[in-house]
Design a protein around this ligand. Sequence first.
Ligand code: SER
Length: 312
Amino acid sequence: MATKVLVIGACGQIGTELTMRLREIYGGEQVIASDIREGSEEIMASGPFESLDAMNKSQIEDVCLHYQVNEVYLMAAMLSATGEKFPKKAWSLNMDSLMHVLDLAKEGKIDKLFWPSSIAVFGPTTPKHDTPQHTIMEPTTVYGISKQTGERWCEYYHQKYGVDVRSMRYPGLISWKTLPGGGTTDYAIDIFHKAVAGENYNCFLSENTELPMMYMEDAVRATVEIMRAPSEEIIERSSYNLSGMSFTPQDIANEINKHVPDFSISYEPDFRQQIADSWPSSIDDAPARKDWNWKHEYGLDQMVTEMLSHLK
Ligand code: SER
């Protein structure tokens, strides 16, 4: 059967680039983009678009039936910083949308499912450096709690009902095409927009806050690769640790300075500092590397060079 894909949250930071990559692979008509709002010109013109609320199961089901969808990528979510402002809303959006697609898979209406987890599943009691796949997980943000719970449900649906769900814990994702919204790692994107505008960047995290990060190119490739891997290679049915690079605001500012000597950064930590402090500074992703041959490509210097050249 030909692969027919539905991307929910196709107009967001990850969804936009993932949808375009999937359309390159499977063909524009084979990949249905959906979101509560319309997206970029590129998304709207390159294949079908459906306006859809990720919290409405019958809407998702109708689109799946109409297009005979067999794979769903659920990219809609409320991120960590916004989640702290609207805890109940974050919980409902992040959990309801996942339960809807898990149930559609359980009911045999879709064959395969991708759902992203996050480094936010970890908490202050987790080993901070080279955080292993299996470790203490006591998240302190609503976003992290929803992702951790989601991971448990994914594994449960796989074990009990044979649902083919695949997941990875994205680090902070850095991209130039679509702005992120409401995340704690967003500073690492905001900083570039200030640098190319010739302005100072006032960072909401302190200079030595080290967090795991990844260039979007790597994250999209990881997503495509885990979905195309043979089912028996996917051992972890909760979610895989995934690692690219780790850096602090000071590290990235120094790297930008190599290209933009006048660029300056100042620091004014806000409530997001506490969120960042609860997360790991680096991730050990050995199981992903072993099970489905994950390999990152982008380091800090390469990522900074690319970001600046695209944004200029
Ligand atoms: N980038 C996300 C955030 O900062 C983490 O998954 O909320």
